[in-house]
Design a binder for this molecule. Structure first.
Ligand code: OAD
Length: 247
């Protein structure tokens, strides 16, 4: 039995399937990954831009980076891998936790998507202290004003994404923890598995008794917690998986 056949059998027999995706999921759509060769902006690695300290010092620079990323994403489309996951999501008991802020899973109709790191197409006021801040959709590409200001109050805005050092949205964290600890099959796809707490979910799934698999052409620390490694790209592996499941 090939690795893909093994995974297909596990997926077909599963009652609760949880998938975790990272930037590698959208790489074949043309969106640069964070740690990949095109991940830096003006010489700054993402962790030096995606944090409140940098934003406080230089909102212009941080927003230029987000405008650049929004333009890249807007020029791309979900790939075959996203479509296969959308198809799989119709299976009862399916959950998809994504670290990606591009919105591609939602764009192709995937059910039960948990946005672990937020959404690049949403904005909120940067220094809003409300427990439930106003959040609004903004898909203007390119942005006409950098940094963008709130249309109601003229105050400085930020993207509604999670930055380094910030807590994950409580509801997203609770749902993800449940989905990882309650599943019988957990597949991690296209993530370097170094940014926590997302990287802890595979370990949680493994400790909770799930069959765990990783799809990634490179080695990652997740390999300490997996039963099956598929060293292929997301599109290659998911297209092959779809072929076996629907054969
Ligand atoms: P990374 O850029 O850290 O890792 C991308 C992973 O995708 C690497 O392990 C690659 O080997 C793999 N990869 C590349 N091409 C692939 C392909 N075609 N198919 C499958 N895998 C492929 O991205 P993430 O792990 O998503 O957080 O990064 C996690 C978080 O760090 C991001 O959400 C972001 C970032 O800084 C914040 O902004 C808080």
């Amino acid at each position: 039995m090939t690795q893909i056949e093994q995974l297909a059998e596990k997926v077909m027999k599963s009652s609760h399937l949880t998938v975790l995706t990272g930037a590698g999921m959208s790489a074949e759509s043309g969106v640069p990954t964070f740690q990949g060769p095109d991940g830096a902006f003006k010489g700054y690695p993402p962790e030096e831009l995606a944090n409140h300290k940098r934003f406080d010092l230089d909102p212009q620079l941080v927003w230029q980076w987000y405008d650049w990323r929004r333009q890249k994403i807007a020029a791309c489309q979900p790939n075959m891998g996203h479509l296969v996951l959308a198809k799989l999501s119709r299976k009862p008991g399916f959950s998809l936790i994504t670290q990606n802020v591009d919105g591609f899973h939602e764009k192709c109709g995937t059910q039960n998507v948990i946005r672990f790191h937020g959404c690049i197409w949403e904005m909120r006021r940067a220094y809003d202290q409300d427990e439930e801040p106003d959040i609004w959709w903004n898909d203007e590409v390119p942005l006409t004003a950098i940094p963008p200001l709130c249309p109601q109050t003229n105050k400085l805005c930020r993207p509604n994404v999670i930055w380094y050092g910030e807590n994950i949205n409580a509801e997203a964290l609770a749902k993800s923890t449940l989905a990882a600890s309650n599943c019988d099959v957990f597949i991690t796809i296209g993530t370097s598995s170094v940014v926590r707490p997302a990287a802890d979910l595979i370990e949680l799934a493994k400790e909770s008794g799930a069959f765990t698999a990783e799809i990634n052409p490179e080695e990652t620390p997740a390999e300490n917690y997996i039963d099956l490694k598929i060293g292929a790209t997301a599109v290659e592996a998911l297209t092959a998986l779809d072929g076996k499941i629907h054969a």
